[in-house]
Design a protein around this ligand. Structure first.
Ligand SMILES: Cc1cc2nc3c(=O)[nH]c(=O)nc-3n(C[C@H](O)[C@H](O)[C@H](O)COP(=O)(O)OP(=O)(O)OC[C@H]3O[C@@H](n4cnc5c(N)ncnc54)[C@H](O)[C@@H]3O)c2cc1C
Length: 452
């Protein structure tokens, strides 16, 4: 990545005053014939993919990113001495996931997720026969959701399930698995929307980190970091994109922001977005998953090889643990839905203590002596994400498709939330960016009659 956040930029800020910077850059570039034709707002996977394809097609692109890094919700953290992903970590739908080919072509190791999964009741690890009921209700739950989706029922997932399923003692654990996928409980998301997600191929894990892979993909793209966009004017000829350091004018803009950032009104659109477009953003809230990474001085887990552990709680509100990242003493716990919100509200220290406490319940208090330190994510209070991944409200199926329509021939949305068959994922984000790039190329093509 060419980070234009350079000492030159700081000198310009001091010398010219902040307001002149971006406009100054654009003007200077215009004199050299390189003023941007397209502005891409947000350098997550969607924005990076859009910028990459537009650049490859010969279009001049400028990316504006609020954070001091690219990647958005894909970010690999090395602060505990092992690569762990604060956001996405698994390559879902590997048979159709474009990151699989990219990883292989660029020397990233991928491994099938064949980790053993174990459920604990208190300190007791349950045997396979004891957890047969869990597997059975999970399969039934999935089948009932699929059946309702196939019938086109845009209803809460919880309403698509039979009383037999919901009364099963293992239901809370099975429902928690679904909640982890959507980031919210089955009462809240649309059965039909979930049915449209394309699952093809097993999940793959990437030891160097999914965030590392995305950083590699975006390494040669030009991005203005620490440049939050506050307003997009799209009512005249072309677009004007405003930041604290100036305005960039272009023929078109790709808005590749988390859906909740727009729903929260963090960006002013002038003119306002059409009512149905704004409503669609509210129809696709971001669910929540958070992670707690725990580092120990030695292996405190029953096995040397990594495993998944779950604590069986009657309310289903346990955390899930990947015991060890390869070659390290770092364990990563996840919480989703309402539990994730509660832990986030309690603060990082409390979230770490909760994750540690659950482990102690399963494995005994001795592991505390070997605990070194932890890190917890808080995606919903992060102003540049405001959640983890999108779900669709019941009765609002169609919101994703609506957001794939360009506005006024110059404003195009991208982001995981716009990708019906792959929403909530990193491959969905990339596919959406590629779709946005194709649309912009069409809009800018001579004779399209749509370009500004
Ligand atoms: C905890 C967690 C676990 C996940 N697990 C998986 C998984 O295992 N597999 C999987 O495939 N997916 C997973 N996901 C989902 C996946 O990470 C996202 O779907 C994907 O990264 C979204 O990409 P995006 O480009 O749509 O949005 P983002 O990555 O959020 O990119 C949007 C960009 O816009 C920037 N931005 C925000 N506001 C402004 C502004 N005002 N001006 C300029 N820039 C701004 C942000 O900083 C960000 O860089 C997970 C996500 C989380 C949080």
């Amino acid at each position: 990545m060419k980070q234009l956040e350079s000492s030159t930029r700081r000198r310009l800020l001091q010398g010219l005053g902040a307001g002149a910077l971006v406009a100054g850059w654009a003007g200077r570039s215009a004199a050299q014939g390189t003023a941007p034709e397209v502005v891409v707002v947000g350098a997550g996977a969607a924005g990076l993919a859009a910028a990459r394809d537009l650049g490859a097609a010969g279009r001049r692109v400028l990316m504006l990113e609020a954070r001091d890094r690219i990647g958005g919700r894909a970010f690999t953290d090395g602060s505990l001495g092992a690569a762990w992903d604060r956001g996405c970590s698994r390559l879902h739908a590997s048979a159709i996931n474009p990151w699989v080919g990219y990883a292989r072509q660029n020397g990233f190791e991928l491994v099938a997720d064949r980790l053993q999964r174990h459920v604990y009741e208190g300190a007791r690890r349950l045997g396979g026969a004891e957890t047969a009921g869990y597997r059975a209700v999970k399969a039934r739950l999935q089948q009932e959701l699929t059946d309702a989706g196939r019938r086109g029922l845009d209803i809460p997932a919880a309403a698509a399930l039979t009383q037999v399923t919901k009364a099963d003692p293992w239901y809370p654990l099975a429902a928690a698995d679904v909640a982890a996928w959507e980031g919210t409980e089955p009462a809240n998301f649309s059965t039909l929307d979930r049915y449209q997600f394309i699952e093809r191929g097993e999940d793959l894990l990437i030891p160097r980190g999914y965030g590392t892979l995305l950083a590699h993909y975006g390494r040669d793209l030009e991005v203005r970091l620490r440049t939050p966009v506050g307003r997009i004017r799209w009512g005249g000829r072309g677009v004007a994109v405003e930041t604290p350091v100036g305005v960039v004018n272009a023929r078109a803009v790709v808005v590749a922001l988390p859906v909740a950032v727009i729903a929260a009104g963090a960006i002013a659109f002038e003119p306002q977005l059409p009512a149905e477009v704004l409503a669609a953003h509210h129809d696709l809230p971001l669910g929540l998953m958070n992670k707690v990474a725990l580092r120990f001085r030695r292996n405190v887990f029953p096995r040397e090889e990594p495993e998944f552990l779950r604590l069986q709680r009657r309310d289903g509100r346990g955390m899930s643990y990947q015991t060890r990242l390869p070659g390290s003493q770092v364990c990563v716990a996840t919480a989703a839905g309402s539990l994730a919100y509660e832990l986030e509200a309690a603060g990082e220290a409390a979230a770490i203590e909760h994750a540690l406490g659950e482990l102690v319940t399963m494995l005994g208090s001795d592991l505390r002596r070997h605990f070194e330190r932890g890190v917890a994510t808080a995606w919903s209070i992060d102003p540049y994400s405001r959640g983890s991944y999108s779900y669709c409200l019941p009765g609002r199926y169609g919101a994703r498709a609506l957001l794939t329509r360009p506005l006024a021939g110059r404003l195009v949305f991208a982001g995981e939330h716009t990708e019906q068959g792959a929403y909530g994922t990193l491959h969905g984000a990339r596919l959406s960016g590629e779709r946005a790039a194709r649309q912009v190329l069409g809009l800018l093509a001579p004779g399209s009659g749509r370009s500004a």
